[in-house]
Design a protein around this ligand. Sequence first.
Ligand code: ATP
Length: 359
Amino acid sequence: MAEIVLRNLRKTFGKVVAIRDLSLDVADGEFLVLLGPSGCGKTTTLRAIAGLEVLDRGTIRIGGRDVTRLPPGKRGIAMVFQSYAVFPHMRVYDNIVFGLRMRGIPLAEQRRRALAAAELLQITDVLDRYPAQLSGGQRQRVAVARAIVMEPDVLLMDEPLSNLDALLRLHMRAELKRLHREVGSTTVYVTHDQVEAMSLGDRIAVMRDGEIVQCDTPQRIYDDPANVFVGSFIGSPPMNFLRGVLDGAGGIRLGDTVLPVPVAYQPALGAQRDPEVLVGIRPEHIVVGAGPLVAEVVVSEPLGPSKLLTLRTHGQLLKVTVRADHPAAPGDVVHMDFPPAHVRLMDPKTERALPRTGP
Ligand code: ATP
C-alpha cells in the first residue's frame, strides 16, 4: 500500500508563498493530477513529495511511513520531469538501467526489468541507440521507462508531455493511461493542461495561489465547479457566467427576461429577492433555436465537428457550441434557453458556487 497523505504543507521562497496550507490524500494506486495555472505551486508540491524541497511546515506520509524528513532516495518514489533528462552519452538500455545499477540490482534482474519496461513503452527496437538518435516522443518514453524499472510505490510526473507536439501528446497521453493500468503505481501528475488532466486523472486537484480549490473526479469538477475560477479554467471554451438578479418569486432576471431558479437551488434561494447571482452554464448546454432569451450572433467560428458562436444578450457576451451545420451568422437574432438542470449559480462577491440540494 502506498497511499500519500499530505497534511498542512507550507513552503515559502522568501516572500513568495508557493504552498499555503495544503492537505491531500492520494489513494493507493490512484492517478491524481495537480492542475492549475503557472505559478500556483504544482511543481513545488510535487518536489515536496519527492523530498526535493524542505518544507516550512507540514507532514508527508507515504505508505503509512512519515517521510517528511527522509531524503528522496529513501521515499520509494521515482520522478519524470518536463525536461526528460536522459544521459546523452549512454545508450537507451544503459539509461533505463542506470538507477538499478546505482542501487546494485543484479544484472539479470536489471535486464528483466529493462526489457519488460521497453516492451510496455514500445521502445524495444531502439535500446541500442543514443538519445540523439531518437524522436522527442521516444526520448520521453525512455525517461518514463527509467522511472518505472525502479518499481516505485509512487510515480511523480511533472509536465512530462509538454515538450511534445500535439499529435505525439495525444498518443503519449493514451500510453500513460495504459501504463498506469498495468504498473499500478500511485501516481501524482502535474500539468496546466486541463484536457490532459481530464483524460488522465482518477481525480484532479485544481490549485490556485498555493492552495487546492477543488479536488474531485474530472466529471464532477466539470459538472459542478466549486467556484468561477474552476468553471473557467476547466472546459474549452470555459463556462459562461452571466450577471442576473433573483426576483424573489422563484425567478432570475437577466435584463427583462426571467428564467426559473432551478429546482435544486429553490430551498436556499427561492424566496430571496434582489441578491445578484452569476448564472453559470457550459457552452454545449445552451439550447439555440427556441427559448425565452434573445441574443444577437456576434461571431461564428466553424471548428469542424461543431461551430462556436459568440452571442450577446442583455449587454453580456457568451459562447455557445452548436452543430457544425447550424445556419446562424453574425447579425442574426436567435432565441435560446438555459436548461435548468445545467445551470450553476455562483455568488458574485465570493465567486463560490451557491448550495444545491439534489441534482
Ligand atoms: P509552472 O506551471 O509555471 O511550473 P507551478 O504551478 O509548478 O508553475 P511552482 O513552480 O510550484 O508553480 O512555483 C510556485 C511559486 O513559487 C511561484 O511563484 C514561483 O515563482 C515560486 N518558486 C518556485 N521555486 C522557487 C525557487 N526555487 N525560488 C524562488 N521562488 C520559487
